[in-house]
Write a protein that binds this ligand. Structure first.
Ligand code: ZN
Length: 424
């Protein structure tokens, strides 16, 4: 249990972004359902369990789980008894030759049997191109966003998140299932929201702390720490889970909304970039971080240095927000000018550059030294991202994240941007 909790804590990434006046945490981990109070009665947990079983049966049977139930592609439709064929070529000896090499790889057979395997038993060789394709495909979903919140939340905030989700899926594709939990500052409904959040995670087969109400207690305590403005976190999908669900949690979302209407949408789009990026996170933890716990090494099958993940999320979050009317152009311009100013300042005052925050450990060390990590992996990173996009265009920049699922990120960096990270 402890191990699970630790793993869970590690997979939830926090990004801390300090704006001029606002402290915005933006994360670095869907139908709008109002939280029922009191916590769900036994009937609904039975219903949730039933839905979960149906969904797992659907996905492991090669279907796509939708609002209308299970949809199966024609080739995966349940087989009816085959009619006798005119060509009786099948012999006992030919059956023996069936092996992994000629077994088709699809969600119907758990991507060639890799789903639910013991992660530590897998090797690089198990992640063939077809397997990776299949796992990435399983991260996509045509299910609507699922939003969890308390009854007292301003409905405009929920509408804003739904609108931002429509924009996100239009520009980056539909990934999910995606669950977004909206928690207010000092939220009086924290316990009820926690109950819904945990129920949803269980129904999607995601890891939650074991023990009676352990998830609910932990989540409630966590939500009760939201006593100031504001931010969001994202939980990436679990690589070998039968449902590759992703989650976002907004902290003090009411305050974020007050700071500026468009900020909730901008933060959502930042997080949705992480949802998109994490479509390519298919390798097990052991393969991503063969030398340790992953904090002090650059993720072997990841996106490269922290800033490539974080700054690009912020760059595109701001840009998509502006292009779709959540932000106005002067807002975008002043955010960029602020990024440029902060990047110059951190360089002049501390002599720090992006090289100093390539790993999560370095990120923490820099923050202990000067609390200026944000000025590097966000502000300096945004300037660097803009430079790269000027060089190759935004489509190629976005393509970078889909290619790193297949190749070492350093090779992808070279191929996409036409220079090595060192040269950059
Ligand atoms: Zn982030």
């Amino acid at each position: 249990m402890r191990k699970n909790t630790l793993r869970l804590a590690r997979t939830t990434r926090w990004c801390v972004l300090i704006a001029t006046l606002t402290l915005i945490w933006t994360a670095c981990g869907a139908s709008a359902a109002q939280v029922a109070q009191p916590p769900a009665p036994p009937e609904s947990s039975t219903e949730a369990e039933r839905q979960h079983e149906l969904k797992v049966a659907c996905l492991t049977g090669g279907g796509i789980w939708t609002l209308d139930g299970c949809r199966r592609p024609p080739e995966n439709a349940p087989r009816v008894a085959a009619a006798p064929t005119a060509a009786p070529t099948a012999t006992l000896s030919s059956k023996k030759t069936v092996d992994r090499a000629n077994t088709s790889i699809s969600p119907s057979n758990g991507c060639g049997g890799i789903i639910n395997q013991e992660p530590h038993l897998l090797t690089e060789d198990d992640f063939t191109r077809d397997v990776i394709d299949c796992l990435v495909e399983m991260t996509k979903s045509d299910e609507p966003i699922h939003i969890i919140h308390g009854p007292s939340l301003d409905p405009d905030i929920v509408r804003g998140v739904q609108e931002a989700w429509r924009v996100g899926t239009a520009v980056l594709g539909a990934w999910g299932p995606l669950v977004v939990t909206l928690v207010q500052m000092n939220d009086p409904e924290a316990a009820a929201i926690a109950a819904q959040d945990c129920a949803k995670r269980r129904s999607l087969g995601s890891h939650v702390p074991e023990g009676p109400n352990a998830c609910e207690k932990e989540k409630t305590a966590y939500f009760n720490t939201f006593t100031e403005c504001c931010g969001a976190t994202h939980d990436p999908p679990e690589p070998l889970a039968p449902i590759r669900a992703q989650f976002m949690t907004f902290a003090s979302v009411d305050q974020m909304f007050k700071e500026g209407n468009g900020d909730v949408a901008k933060v959502f789009l930042h997080e949705y970039m992480h949802v998109f990026q994490n479509g390519g996170l298919v390798h097990t933890y052991q393969l991503r971080h063969p030398d340790g716990d992953g904090e002090d090494s650059i993720n072997k099958h990841g996106f490269g240095p922290v800033w490539i993940e974080e700054a690009a999320a912020e760059y595109f979050g701001q840009r998509f927000a502006t292009e779709n009317g959540f932000w106005d152009t002067p807002q975008l311009r002043s955010a960029f000018e602020e990024a440029l100013r902060a990047a110059r300042q951190v360089r002049a005052e501390w002599g720090l550059s992006l090289r100093d925050v390539e790993t999560r450990t370095e990120q923490r060390q820099v923050n202990e030294k000067c609390e200026c990590g944000g000025a590097l992996y966000y502000e300096t990173g945004i300037v660097a991202t803009s430079w790269l996009i000027n060089r190759v265009g935004s489509e190629k920049m976005l393509r970078y994240y889909t290619l790193v699922a297949y190749q070492d990120w350093q090779d992808v960096f070279n191929d996409v941007f036409g220079l090595s990270l060192e040269a950059f």
